[in-house]
Design a protein. Structure first.
Length: 288
């Protein structure tokens, strides 16, 4: 099985209707380019509103499943592709999530994953908006492979990637919104960007799987989103990469048949000494 994967690295506007229209056109373009699995950036149908706290932003939250999933399900069925999309979910009054959902090639809604790790700093004020997911990590069995999801800050935690791999994920998909404050020192930019790439590449190496991260691009208020979405293979090699700070559709052909063979040859899962890891679930560990 060798599906073609496409990542939509787009620049968002303040208007959700425009963003949805632009993304749907990009999905059709990706399918024309042979893509069979198409993935959006984090919060694809809004700009990155968590830069500041504003109650007005809650009006953009969607019911999942709902009108948004129905539109993408229809498009998925028309194009016979898998769609993985990330949005702002309204769970109930006063309860919201950053959420990714998956749709199979026949347009069927497979389910959703709610972001587990919620960041908070001056320009990423996500704790104001998002509740931590409590339904566990999710792997979606599609007709084109098993897809595990990490969202944004999730992807910096090796434990989360490991759980997805142990659940059978062949591709870990990481929609994200990552950039740097406008005017920041170039050395800081270089170090943060390098750390981001290194961390994600390590997930694909230690879990013997493909990894795809989809980042937005362009300047939104005080953040310059650096784009450079990329796809790695099971050795952590970057096999496709988007342009820096420019809109791109990033394509890569994925050889899923190679994953099982690679996991047998590099038996990380077999050699895990699981009884030695019991302390990992503690908040801190005091030396004996």
């Amino acid at each position: 099985l060798m599906p073609r994967l496409a990542l939509l690295q787009l620049q968002s506007t303040p208007d959700p209707v425009t963003n949805l229209s632009n993304t749907m056109r990009a999905i059709e373009k990706a399918a024309d380019g042979g893509a069979q699995i198409v993935c959006t950036q984090e919060l694809f149908n809004t700009n990155y509103f968590p830069q500041k706290q504003s109650s007005e932003s809650f009006q953009h939250a969607q019911l999942i499943p709902g009108e948004l999933t129905e539109k993408l399900s229809q498009l998925s069925a028309e194009l016979s592709i898998v769609i993985v999309a990330s949005t702002f979910e309204k769970r109930s009054e006063g309860l919201y999530h950053s959420t990714t959902f998956a749709i199979d090639t026949d347009g069927s809604y497979l389910g959703k994953y709610r972001k587990m790790h919620i960041p908070q700093d001056v320009t990423f004020q996500e704790k104001y908006y998002f509740t931590q997911g409590e339904d566990g990590y999710q792997v979606f069995q599609t007709k084109l492979g098993k897809l595990g999801i990490l969202l944004g800050w999730d992807s910096w935690f090796p434990e989360a990637a490991r759980i997805l791999a142990l659940m059978g994920a062949e591709i870990i998909i990481c929609p994200t919104s990552i950039g740097i404050t406008c005017g920041a020192d170039q050395d800081i930019y270089d170090q943060q960007h390098d750390a981001w790439r290194t961390m994600l590449r390590s997930h694909s190496i230690t879990n013997a799987c493909y990894l795809a991260t989809i980042n937005r691009c362009g300047i939104e208020n005080d953040i310059e989103f650096w784009g450079r979405s990329f796809i790695t293979n099971e050795f952590g090699h970057i096999i496709a990469e988007g342009k820096e700070e420019q809109e791109s559709i990033v394509y890569a052909d994925i050889n899923l048949d190679a994953i099982a063979k690679h996991r047998a040859n590099w038996p990380f899962f077999r050699d895990r000494h699981i009884t030695s890891y019991t302390d990992i679930s503690k908040r801190d560990i005091q030396p004996s």
